[in-house]
Design a protein around this ligand. Structure first.
Ligand code: 4AD
Ligand code: MG
Length: 433
């Protein structure tokens, strides 16, 4: 008899197997018990028929509590009534671990209660499905960048520099010096691009964002590719190929998870159709003004969530908004060749109200311009000497971008809050569990 995972039940129809499981729910009558089971790979039903098992087994089955753990031994059958398609007819149960008064019951719980019990909440089917999609996005990311000839170059997490501005930095001590938790690996990836051509980092980043929104985490994971000898147009093409690849792989490999989530696959399919629309910041402002819904919006404003939602819904596909005002973007972006009020950059806004999932730009190459921008941003030039070296020794046009993993997970799964997209979210008022 083989020990299997639930997800592989389809390969063992009418065979006797053993599976280690937890009980998520149960229903029983005098003659039959239906056990809802999970093992981390999938969810399905176990059926215990009184007349077919020993008296002790039937008694045990009826007494099992939510989230107790045990092995079931029995035969896999097709089950056309359930979405999963298979069930196990149980012959025997080997009890493993007790679970008394599991705090998350099938009734409704408030968000704070669930967040306090995140370590247990992760076991629920929705969380399972979201983590499957998250894992697929991670897997597909490595596949994509390998295929495109990138190497992964890990950026440090403890840093002395602030790529995205100083207001959101987490300060810490580094022996006698000041240090910060990384907001972005970008500057290091730029060094990597000059060394190895096409590189990417993928790691945790930290922002002491004082805002409490559905889109902001304090700790989130970012994928940051950086490409030497590449202008912004070519970078945008790479970005849309990457997004289409991610969505396609979730469609191909996460059908079970998408069904649990109730995510419409036809809607996702649209997001694999390239190209994505491109619109300048100037035109985006005009669109918003003409919509009549944003009477106060004017050139120079940053977009809030309603503006981003309007723009993305206008196109019903992810949309690149290009060339934002220089005043609202970080120091490293390439200035526009003919205008000094905008920079060569683009944010990719996801449809359905999910907001910015990518921020990227072509990078400034002139060391004097950069030194001046660094000082204007109130940063300590000494900490950026190494960065300026990249412009002093064989500087080339280069571009890069950062994709927020959790924003992307939230969008693709159709969740309403980013806290669901990471196993243990760090939020403004939460660092437990
Ligand atoms: O637009 P951002 O700030 O860009 C950078 O950090 C650049 N250095 C990237 C680069 O060019 N290498 O952040 C990039 C992405 C955003 O588009 C968003 O998806 C995500 O990171 N992001 C957040 N996700 C969750 N919580 C937050 N607080 C986030 N801040 C940014
Ligand atoms: Mg941004």
């Amino acid at each position: 008899m083989e020990t299997i995972s639930i997800i592989n039940a389809k390969d063992h129809v009418e065979q006797k197997v053993k599976i280690g499981v937890w009980l998520t729910n149960k229903r029983s009558s005098g003659k039959i018990a239906f056990l809802q089971l999970r093992d981390g790979s999938a969810f399905f039903q176990g059926v215990v028929v009184k007349n077919n098992v020993s008296e002790e087994t039937f008694k045990l089955a009826k007494e099992l509590k939510q989230e107790s753990s045990f092995y079931v031994i029995g035969t896999i059958h097709e089950d056309t009534r359930s979405h999963f398609g298979y069930e196990i007819e149980i012959e025997d149960i080997e009890f493993v671990g007790e679970s008394d008064n599991y705090p998350i019951t099938p009734k409704e719980h408030g968000t704070d209660f669930l967040m306090d019990h995140r370590h247990l909440w992760l076991r629920s089917s929705r969380q399972f499905a979201i983590m499957q999609v998250r894992n697929e996005l991670i897997r597909a990311t490595y596949e994509f960048f390998n295929k495109e000839g990138f190497i992964k170059l890990d950026a440090p997490i403890l840093t002395g520099s602030a790529p995205e501005g100083t207001t959101e930095l987490f300060h810490t001590e580094y022996f006698e010096k000041d240090a910060y938790l990384s907001q972005s690996g970008q500057l290091y990836e730029e060094a990597g691009a000059m060394a190895y051509g096409k590189v990417f980092s993928f790691g945790p980043t930290f922002r002491a964002e004082k805002s409490k929104t559905r889109r902001h985490l304090i700790e989130f994971w970012m994928i940051e590719p950086e490409m030497a000898f590449m202008h912004q147009e070519e970078s945008l093409e790479l970005q849309e190929r990457y997004i289409a690849f991610l969505v396609q792989n979730v469609l191909d490999n996460c059908e079970y998870a998408l069904d649990i989530l109730g995510r419409d696959k036809e809607v996702l399919k649209q997001y694999t159709q390239l190209p994505f629309p491109r619109i300048t910041y100037d035109d985006a402002i005009k669109l918003l003004q003409e919509s009549g819904q944003f009477p106060d919006v004017k050139w120079g404003d940053d977009f809030g969530s309603p503006e981003e939602t309007y723009l993305a819904n206008h196109f019903s596909k992810p949309v690149f908004v290009m060339n934002y005002p220089k005043s609202m973007k970080p120091f490293y972006m390439k200035p526009h060749p003919t205008r000094d009020d905008v920079v060569i950059c683009a944010d990719l806004l996801a449809p359905e109200g999910y907001g910015e999932i990518i921020g990227g730009s072509e990078r400034a190459t002139d060391p004097e311009y950069l030194a001046q921008q660094i000082e204007a941003a109130g940063l300590d030039l000494k900490e950026y000497e190494w960065y300026l070296d990249l412009r002093r020794y064989g500087s080339v046009p280069h571009s890069g971008f950062g994709l927020g993993l959790e924003r992307t997970v939230t969008w693709i799964t159709g969740e309403s809050h980013i806290r669901e997209a990471i196993p243990f979210p760090r939020l403004l008022n939460r660092i437990y569990p």
